[in-house]
Design a protein around this ligand. Structure first.
Ligand code: SF4
Length: 355
């Protein structure tokens, strides 16, 4: 059984005194997390302070002109982050009374907020038990448990591992402790193992593998995949199902569809039954879309379908979404593309998802 106490204690004694660590205000943490995504701590710090002076509350950011926000961001690059922050602030003000939401589902509905940012904000500001996985976390976990081989070349297994290790009593500190260890001790080159609070349990250190881990992500040749999706409408609403928990896209909503390993249409009825317990009758092909995930080039074929049996109500797993509601559901890009293609093809569907 892994004991993370030494790491937590180390973090509390040694954490860097960073501007955003003195607050548990979700808005301020949100700003810092977005800034740090493509910017170093040193560069981000003065921007963070100036930004919060200019936009001290989410309402102020929401009501600011885009040019004003871009001006405050000027020099940080990746300006979509600033635009998304402003849009996100508007969403938080209009849908959540100016308070960043506390559930993962609602947080993922905030424009520009993905799984990493949502999990970081919720765990640090509200102590919601969600793991975060970034490059630092991947490196620490890979070394600590000597994780290597094909399985560890993608993000999903690291997310599951981080979830397994998460200190549910102190998720915010725990997530920050793992990231801090990766940023300051378990660095990409020459990790400072003698100073590491986990040195006695680290498998890579014991086996002399620290320089070999983490293994670089596989650069695989592209593979063409066909995914079949079932567009099911009832009274102007489209059926969405929720993905299982625990994976990268865990708990996101999507159109019922086959897995990336499927043969497409041939597997649609069986896989939708196995994955969601739905009995469907696929009809004509109504829309196509293309999407890429890592090495997979995905062709999605959407079939207008019927349910042979109307499933029991289960708002945790099944939802009928009206076109106007689609933008409020956390959905994968693949699902948004299919809905857009279906709307463009415009059979009887009147779906206009926000992208
Ligand atoms: S002992 Fe070294 S390799 Fe292992 S987690 Fe600590 S710093 Fe990283």
């Amino acid at each position: 059984m892994f004991d993370g106490t030494p790491l937590l204690e180390w973090y509390r004694r040694n954490k860097r005194d960073l501007a955003w660590r003195s607050t548990r205000d979700p808005y301020a943490i949100w700003i810092s997390e977005v800034m740090l995504q493509q910017t170093t701590v040193k560069t981000a710090t003065p921007y963070y302070e100036a930004f919060l002076q200019r936009f001290p509350a989410v309402e102020r950011l929401a009501s600011a002109k885009e040019e004003e926000v871009l001006a405050a961001w000027s020099g940080l690059g990746y300006y979509h982050r600033a635009r998304n922050l402003r849009r996100g602030a508007q969403h938080v003000v209009s849908h959540h009374g100016g308070r960043f939401p506390k559930t993962l589902e609602a947080a993922l509905s905030v424009p520009g907020v993905g799984l990493y940012t949502a999990s970081a904000i919720l765990s640090i500001a509200y102590d919601v038990a969600l793991p975060v996985v970034d490059g630092n976390v991947r490196r620490v976990l890979a070394r600590l448990f000597a994780l290597r081989g094909p399985k560890w070349k993608s993000d999903g297994p690291f997310y599951d591992k981080a979830e397994e290790l998460l200190d549910r009593g102190h998720p915010g500190d725990w997530n920050q402790a793992v990231m801090e260890l990766g940023a300051t001790i378990c660095t990409p080159r020459n990790p400072a193992c003698p100073a590491c609070p986990l040195r006695t349990v680290c498998v890579a250190r014991a086996k002399g593998l620290t320089e070999e881990l983490p293994e670089s992500k596989a650069r695989r040749a592209s593979v063409d995949v066909t995914v079949a999706a079932a567009l099911i409408e009832r009274k102007g609403r489209v059926l969405l199902v929720r993905r299982a928990e625990g994976r990268l896209m865990g708990r996101m909503w999507e159109i019922p569809q086959t897995s990336l390993e499927s043969k497409g249409h041939a597997d649609l009825v069986r896989e939708v039954r196995e994955r969601h317990g739905l009995e469907i009758e696929p009809g004509p092909l109504v829309a196509r879309a293309r999407h890429a995930i890592t090495f997979r080039r995905i062709r999605v074929e959407a079939y207008k379908s019927r349910l042979s049996r109307v499933p029991a109500e289960d708002p945790e797993r099944l939802r009928w979404a009206a076109p106007a509601e689609l933008g409020t559901f956390p959905t994968s890009s693949l699902t948004r593309k299919v809905l857009k293609a279906a709307a463009a093809a415009q059979l009887s569907l009147t779906l206009e998802p926000t992208s």
